[in-house]
Write a protein that binds this ligand. Structure first.
Ligand SMILES: Nc1ncnc2c1ncn2[C@@H]1O[C@H](COP(=O)(O)OP(=O)(O)OP(=O)(O)O)[C@@H](O)[C@H]1O
Length: 902
């Protein structure tokens, strides 16, 4: 090994060199590595320094990013929870709208809650959820009741339970239409004391309290109600009253809530009561019958909600489950009674009526009356408008109601609905009111308002003492009936619709004559009544086919009784409208009018048969401004040339009419001029006339002591005669024989003297004038107006001398002979006896007095001046006179002296 080593071993130098080389290389490498390491270290140090420098900023940045993210997340959470809270609140408000959910703090004792949900009741608030979805977002806790559930309420203290029940009932009452929730409280333990705060509802029939022994009958009654509702109301068509209400928009049955408060010391339920309670619980909700129980187990499957009150003022409800409810503090006693009182008042007053405007059509005068007149007058119990129809059937109407029951209001409603639907070409109205007052005057032009209702042809007000005016209206209608019947015959028409079809160019409006307090017309056993009844009977029977309809209204049963004797007449009035407490308007067995409240009427189009009753709630048509606005609208639309209605006001004197221009002079000469004496009582308001021709007796005696009216008659006659003669064609003389007559006599003299020869005489000149007239031979018309002729009786009686005629004799000559020479005396005597004295005393003949006007002179006193024995039937009354003209009258007629402007 050594030899081998010696042979092959390098030299040591070489080895060393090699080692050195190696070492050098190694050293070199080490140096290089060291340098590299140093460089790396320097770089690392530099990086470290850089990191050290930037670290705090970076950390801040990271922290800030984290904070921002956290803040965003928190804000998002708050937003989401607030949104959720708001959503929950909104849901709660929608589920318990208005008074069903509003906090007690917003309630006031006298408030009249507006039911928010109408026929769909909401849930009822009892408190708020303990767990708020977000801070300060309390969510109300609600429980269902009406149309949804029964309630079982339990708790340690009965008082807390009862307070909660009372609060829920108050909310329920206030959130549905007043009167539509009826409560029965079975409270054997406290005899009604538990819910005594609701007692103000009792007078309105909204709550009743039952004591011991009341449970059985109460449950029986509820069961019977449910049975009846199922059979008669739902009738197999609807599953529940709630469904019926939703589909028809009306709720024919109230909700019934029975509050059953068990008496802890009381007896258990009997078996029958238990069974009945179960039945009601099972079937009640669909019929709107609900139970609220404290202490009775309600065993219906799904319809029972429970509330368990805990001692700490919280409760657990079946609706909120595990989430506890913080109960509201109960409302104060004053609030409960105050609200109940207001609710009872509202319920008694009934629901607000349909507004007057609802009776009016969108566009006026769009209806044809050819077949009938149809017009709504109010709202029925189902909320729809109820129409009155006048046509072939029913043709006529009777309206009845005691004073103040709303007859006038009803007539206004009806007239408004008619007058806006039917144009004047389709409808004519004649309106007569026999009671004192001016109820129809608004339809005619007045001093304050020039408008009138264009369909109205006649308005009669204050007609109470002018029964003759009622008769005049009936006569007028009878004439129209005759005219229509003749036209119908000519066109072979049997009813108005046919006549209108056959004679389209003719004017055949339907006529409605309304006579308010018509019993006054039939109020005496006399010729007026018997003629009126005959005319009414004829009009009622034949008017139906000719479009003439009678509407008779009466506050007094006596008027109806007057008709009742004439069954044929009454049976034509098939449309009956009875206001509250109206008696015998419907029929003897129909007592519906006894039961309806104010502002309601029973409408019956089948002669009062009870099954045809419709109850109507009438709007208020009394607002004058509303009416005026409506009337002005119709008035502005009136046809061109439309005449205003004739207004007859029994309380005012008619004005002397505007006279036509004087006729040709030969006319008065040929047939005699015409004196006007006053206005006749008829529909046209024609003047009463006296033709002064050459016939014997063409003089006038005005009889009676009422100077003003007597002078008015002479003045009217003088004005009319003066205006008919051309200037110079007639002579006038005014005799003023009493100072009472001086003013009117002077005014007549002045008017006549302006156009004609008119001489003035006083007591001193009268005999001379009579002597002249008695001798006169010329034939110029001469009209002598004697004011208070009887005042100079002594003077006329005196004998001027032997062989000479006395003034009386001269007077008799003038009266007897004058007319044929065209001299006419129109004189005023204060009594018939004085006229008789002037004509020759007892046994004197009155032939020379062919016409007379009697004022305060009774009928029998006029017998000598009247063809029928006993004189005319006449009871003097103020501002009315009786006029008789032997030449033209069979009977005396009543006239109203004109108001003659000087
Ligand atoms: N439907 C109603 N709504 C509101 N107020 C009404 C209604 N009906 C009548 N009234 C009011 O009742 C009062 C009496 O009514 P109305 O004058 O119509 O009774 P009436 O029976 O005609 O009485 P009278 O015969 O004494 O005149 C009036 O003040 C009227 O405004």
């Amino acid at each position: 090994m050594a030899e081998q080593d010696a042979a092959t071993a390098p030299t040591s130098r070489g080895i060393v060199a090699a080692v050195r080389r190696e070492l050098a290389a190694a050293r070199h490498a080490a140096r290089a590595s060291l340098a590299a390491t140093a460089a790396a270290r320097a770089a690392a140090l530099a990086q470290l320094d850089a990191v050290r420098l930037s670290a705090p900023r970076r950390r801040d940045e990271l922290l800030s990013t984290r904070d921002t993210a956290l803040a965003e997340a928190r804000a998002r959470r708050e937003r989401e929870t607030a949104k959720l809270g708001r959503g929950l609140l909104g849901l709660a408000e929608a589920a318990a709208p208005g008074t069903a959910g509003s906090p007690w703090a917003s309630w006031r004792p006298g408030m009249r809650p507006e039911p928010q949900a109408g026929l769909t009741p909401g849930l009822l608030r009892i408190g708020s959820l303990v767990q708020e979805p977000a801070p300060n977002v309390p969510v109300p806790a609600l429980v269902p009741l009406l149309d949804t559930a029964h309630l079982g309420v339990s708790g340690d203290g009965a008082a807390a339970v009862d307070a909660l029940i009372g609060a829920m009932l108050l909310r329920a009452l206030a959130s549905v239409p007043p009167g539509s929730l009826r409560i029965s409280v079975y409270d054997p333990g406290r005899l009604g004391g538990a819910l005594a705060g609701l007692a103000p509802l009792a007078p309105a029939g909204l709550i009743s309290y039952l004591g011991p022994g009341g449970l059985g009958p109460l449950l029986d009654d509820l069961a019977e109600q449910i049975r009846r509702i199922n059979e008669n109301v739902l009738g197999g068509v609807y599953l529940s009253v709630a469904e019926l209400a939703a589909e028809t928009g009306r709720r024919p049955e109230p909700w019934r809530v029975a509050v059953l408060l068990a008496d802890p010391n009381g007896a258990e339920l009997s078996k029958a009561e238990r069974a009945q309670l179960d039945r009601v619980a099972r079937t009640g909700v669909a019929a709107g019958v609900h139970l609220i129980s404290r202490g009775f187990e309600l065993t219906a499957d799904t319809d029972v909600e429970t509330i368990a009150i805990r001692a700490n003022g919280t409760a657990r409800t079946s609706l909120t489950g595990e989430i506890p409810v913080r109960l509201d503090a109960p409302p104060g006693a004053a609030l409960v009674t105050g609200v109940c009182r207001a609710l009872a008042e509202q319920a008694t007053a009934g629901p607000p009526p349909v507004p007057f405007a609802a009776l009016l059509p969108d566009e006026i005068w769009q209806q044809s009356s050819a077949e009938a007149l149809r017009a709504p007058i109010g709202e029925g119990t189902d909320g729809r408008l109820v129409e009155l129809v006048l046509g072939d059937d029913p043709p006529h109407a009777l309206i009845g109601g005691p004073s103040g029951s709303g007859k006038t209001n009803l007539i206004y409603c009806w007239l408004a609905a008619l007058a806006t639907r039917y144009s004047p070409g389709e409808l004519s109205l004649y309106l007569l009111d026999f009671k004192e007052g001016v109820s129809f005057a608004r339809f005619a032009p007045g001093t304050r308002d020039p408008s009138w209702l264009p369909q109205v042809r006649l308005v009669g007000v204050n007609v109470n003492s002018d029964r003759e005016f009622g008769l005049a209206l009936l006569r007028h209608l009878a004439e129209e009936l005759k005219r229509r019947a003749a036209a119908a015959k000519q066109h072979e028409a049997t009813k108005l619709a046919e006549l209108r079809a056959e004679d389209p160019a003719g004017a055949w409006p339907r006529i409605v004559a309304v006579i308010d307090e018509f019993q006054v017309l039939l109020g005496a056993r006399d010729a007026v009544t018997s003629e009126a009844v005959d005319l009414l009977e004829d009009l009622a029977r034949r008017g139906r086919s000719q479009g003439i309809h009678l509407v008779l209204a009466s506050q007094d049963v006596s008027g109806i009784e007057a008709l009742w004797g004439r069954s044929g007449l009454v049976s034509q009035f098939t449309l009956r409208i009875a206001l509250p407490k109206a008696r015998r308007i419907l029929s003897d067995v129909n007592l519906a009018a006894e039961l309806i409240p104010r502002c309601h009427a029973v409408v019956n189009a089948d002669s009062g048969v009870p099954s045809a009753n419709t109850i109507v709630r009438l709007p208020d048509a009394g607002d004058r401004a509303t009416w005026l606005g409506l009337q002005e609208q119709l008035w502005s639309a009136r046809p061109e040339g439309a005449e205003p209605p004739r207004l007859f006001d029994g309380d005012s004197r008619p004005l002397f009419p505007l006279l036509p221009p004087p006729p040709a002079p030969e006319l008065p000469a040929a047939v005699g001029a015409v004196a006007l004496l006053g206005e006749t009582i008829d529909v046209a308001g024609r003047p009463a006339t006296l033709r002064l021709n050459r016939a014997p007796g063409r003089n006038l005696a005005v009889l009676g002591t009422r100077a003003d009216e007597a002078c008015a008659v002479l003045l009217a006659a003088g004005h009319a005669l003066g205006s008919q003669h051309t200037s110079g064609s007639a002579r006038f003389s005014v005799l003023c024989l009493d100072s009472d007559a001086t003013t009117p006599a002077k005014s007549l003299h002045a008017v006549l003297d302006a156009r004609h020869r008119c001489d003035w005489y006083d007591a001193d000149g009268v005999t001379a004038l009579l002597a002249e007239l008695a001798e006169a031979t010329d034939e110029q018309p001469h009209y002598v107006f004697g004011f208070a002729m009887d005042a100079v009786a002594a003077k006329l009686a005196a004998k001027p001398g032997p062989g000479l005629p006395s003034g009386h004799e001269l007077l008799r000559t003038v009266l007897a002979r004058g007319p044929e020479r065209r001299t006419h005396l129109l004189g005023w005597w204060r009594t018939v006896a004085r006229l008789r004295d002037d004509l020759g005393g007892p046994g004197a003949r009155f032939d020379a007095i062919g016409a007379w006007v009697a004022l305060d002179v009774h009928g029998p006193e006029l017998s000598a001046l009247y063809p029928q024995p006993g004189g005319p039937p006449w009871f003097p009354r103020l501002n009315r006179a009786l006029h008789f003209d032997r030449a033209v009258h069979q009977r005396a007629q009543i006239i109203i002296p004109y108001e003659v402007a000087p």
